[in-house]
Design a binder for this molecule. Sequence first.
Ligand SMILES: Cc1ncc(COP(=O)(O)O)c(C=O)c1O
Length: 433
Amino acid sequence: MERRGFLRGASSVVGASLLSGSWSAAQSAGGPSVPPMGMTNLGGGAPTDEAFWTQIRQQFRLSHDRIYLNTAGLGPSPRRVIRAVSEMIEDLEDRCESGHSHDLWETAKGRAARILGCDPDEIAYTRNTTEGVNIVCNGLPLETGDEVITTTHEHVGNTISWLARQRRDGIRMRVFEPSMTSAAETLQRLTDLITPRTRAISISHITTATGQVLPLEQIGKLAAEHDLYYFVDGAQSAGHIPLDMRAIGCHAYATSGHKWLLGPKGTGLLYVRKDALDLVEARWVGAYSGGGDFDMSTGEFSFATTAQRYEFGTVPVSLFHGLSEAMGFLLDLGMHRVWDRSHYLGTRLIEGLDSAGAEVISPRAADEHSGIVTFRVEGMSRADLQGYLAKDFKIRSRGIYEGGLDAVRVAPHIYSAATDVDRVIEAVEALKL
Ligand SMILES: Cc1ncc(COP(=O)(O)O)c(C=O)c1O
């Protein structure tokens, strides 16, 4: 079938199940458990196939008034995700129910497990990456004098909780700057910081500062050799790059639903490896964290044997349903297809910005750069450059101060056109005139 027609037909079929009637009607019609949009057999989608990506762009409400290139901050949700959430909210409000359902949790965690490359039982829902960081940072058995290694390119979300623990419990943070030219050099800088007091590594998969893809598997091997706890901040990687928790070898990995995963705002995922569930102590607990009975007279209770132990109390179930839809959307596209497109746009940006005379800060090596590109223009502060892009070219970017960089970051995703990233290059070229 011709692709255009196929997409239209597929979305109307799914629309029929999810748009008409209630969430439960949609569910019994197989809505949430079948691949959304019917894109599973979708042909095409090569990184340079603009006609295909234009079809994907049409699945988003995203205004055409400006060029949105800040996925690393917040990702827009596809229309069907927004519809699924609002349908469910309305249905739940009609009956005043929380909507907490084992089936929904299973479906959504099954999808999350396929995206992260792990077992569904190793996933907990959170509100965002920062919450996952806090659960891990405060749950690990660290003592005064224990050292934790991280980078200068972390987002504040993977910084403050560790600094708070440093102040409270006397752990010591050790920091290195990732090399922009060589993964081997990055590994060496990390290795140089390991001492007999080192207990943990807390590091981004893809950094917020430059979009650098850090050599996670080698870091995992290093962590295992030195018997270190290994935590990965995946805010910039889930939904951006194919993942395999086993290959990474980390104890825990946190991400947000509202960036590359394109889910509702205020959703997140925390992976904790099965054998690390007792290592990362669950500290905020309640209904859903428990393994069954508890006895106030003896003090006996148990935690859930899965990562559900990190979930507690009433949560916005409709948002997690929306996250499930968003993950289904990405799975239908295929994470390799998503990554190839992002990587292609990143390469196009790096090459174009180079020849336009910008100073590209992101790594250039194909296995170290992502779809996120950070650059500077001589003589312009990040505020000036960001303001210029916004005012004269209607481009939404983000200023980067992390790691002392005074630069601007652009982060396209599957809804971005090649012409969107070309506008950034044109904007820099125009400065030369
Ligand atoms: C690497 C990294 N970690 C953590 C965060 C914080 O994300 P959230 O606000 O969703 O917790 C961000 C946000 O941009 C980030 O880039």
